[in-house]
Design a protein around this ligand. Structure first.
Ligand SMILES: C[S@@+](CC[C@H](N)C(=O)[O-])C[C@H]1O[C@@H](n2cnc3c(N)ncnc32)[C@H](O)[C@@H]1O
Length: 172
């Protein structure tokens, strides 16, 4: 949101533009109690709609190009995270993408010890407070297979400077 406030000169109707993907409509879903407190700045009111949804229930918006889960899986244990992903399945078609923007544990040595320490500490914190975890590539693959055998991992990107990775899933 603050991105649009900071750049009022931009004439965009989408939140993400990656490799010429133009998203015309964005719907933000969260629990009704949370959305009640959301007062979007006027400059984004026309670009983004808000809809209450419990992500453990079947995704009601079908055939969308991209379902974007930002920072919602890392604080749930596998049993719950699997159910969040499964609830998307009835809405998916083979061209759909599920994009997970979340914590990712890279191979040892792939990032600095300082970054590694932060992620591993977060992993422990998630375990302590939520019985959850941060996940490495194998963990994500196991989670997907458990959620639905038609999910497949297309790509994991770790943008420089970002605390969260971009994990792109296909289905079928
Ligand atoms: C760590 S926050 C991330 C919020 C936001 N996606 C972001 O990236 O800043 C987790 C979000 O999951 C939402 N959430 C928790 N349980 C939910 C549920 N059952 N259905 C839908 N959203 C839920 C919370 O309200 C919260 O907004």
């Amino acid at each position: 949101m603050s991105f649009f406030e900071a750049r009022p000169d931009l004439e965009v109707r989408y939140v993400v533009d990656e490799e010429s993907l133009k998203w015309q409509e964005v719907m933000k879903m969260d629990l009704e109690s949370v959305l009640k407190g959301v007062h979007p700045p006027s400059d984004v009111q026309e670009r983004v709609t808000f809809s209450p949804h419990n992500f453990f229930e079947e995704q009601p918006i079908k055939d969308t190009d991209v379902y974007f889960l930002r920072w919602v899986l890392h604080d749930w244990s596998d049993a719950y995270a699997v159910n969040i992903l499964r609830a998307l399945v009835p809405a998916l078609r083979k061209e759909s993408r599920v994009v997970i923007n979340d914590a990712y544990l890279p191979e040892f040595g792939a990032i600095s010890l300082y970054q590694q320490r932060f992620l591993r500490a977060t992993d422990l914190t998630m375990k302590q407070i939520q019985n959850a975890r941060e996940r490495d590539r194998k963990d994500w693959e196991v989670l997907l297979r458990e959620a639905d055998e038609l999910f497949h991992l297309i790509e994991i990107k770790c943008p420089a400077g970002s605390a969260l990775a971009i994990i792109i899933l296909g289905w079928k």
